[in-house]
Design a protein around this ligand. Structure first.
Ligand code: PRP
Length: 209
């Protein structure tokens, strides 16, 4: 049986990814106590877990150096997809939303609006679908700061608990779409290692059910 690699997103999705693997019977002790090591062999299953940042999970899977990956739909929507998205894993659930400073009327006049976001492609296609011309400003993180400093009229961002928006005096005015973690598979690997990958997907599906 081929020893496959799965790239897993570090940060918020890691713990729930490992909980899923443990439900599938995989021994995740080495990944739970990683030290500074970034690639870990699962002792009782032919799988190596590669811990990477979300956009890099997609890069490794697209290039085929990892056969599979776990990544948020937010990153998939932003980066595009030339891989198979095989399962909605359900966890990491949050939403894309348009938020503004409390009480601000985003559509109040005909001035071109400025929107700050970590997800410029998602924001552009959202406003394009509404037929509204906006300027999109790319921010790398903590995007809630942008309207507070007067850089933008609003933000397009992921909202989970809503705590960050609330703490910064912002509120959602439009929900854009629901997002969650997805299992993705390299297209060539799907053919080359079909029994291994189908076996893994089925185990995942059974543990989610
Ligand atoms: C995300 C997102 C919001 C926050 C939303 O940022 O961009 O800032 O989480 O979560 P909440 O609704 O539960 O408050 P993240 O923590 O990933 O950091 P970043 O903004 O620096 O990328």
């Amino acid at each position: 049986m081929q020893n496959l690699k799965i790239a897993v997103t570090k940060g918020r999705l890691l713990d729930e990814s490992l909980t899923l693997f443990e439900k599938m019977g995989l021994d995740c002790k080495p990944v739970r106590n990683p030290g500074r090591r970034l690639i870990h062999q699962i002792p009782n299953y032919p799988l190596q877990v590669v811990m990477a940042k979300a956009p890099d999970v997609i890069t490794y899977v697209e290039h085929g150096v990892c056969s599979m990956g776990i990544v948020g739909k937010d990153t998939i929507l932003e980066q595009g997809n030339s891989f198979y998205e095989v399962l909605d894993l359900g966890f990491g659930a949050c939403r894309f939303a348009l938020a503004v400073m409390d009480g601000f009327d985003f559509y109040g006049d005909y001035k071109k609006r400025r929107v700050a976001t970590k997800y410029p492609n998602v924001a552009r296609s959202y406003f394009l679908s509404k037929g509204i011309d906006v300027s999109v400003i790319k921010i790398e993180g903590s995007v809630e700061i942008a309207p507070l400093l007067g850089l933008s009229d609003g933000i397009v961002d992921i909202v989970q608990t809503g705590g960050t928006l609330k703490a910064n005096g912002l509120s959602v005015i439009e929900d854009i779409r629901r997002i969650s973690a997805r299992l993705i598979v390299n297209t060539a690997a799907m053919k080359l290692y079909k029994p291994e990958i189908f076996g893994f997907i089925e185990k995942c599906r059974a543990s989610l059910a």
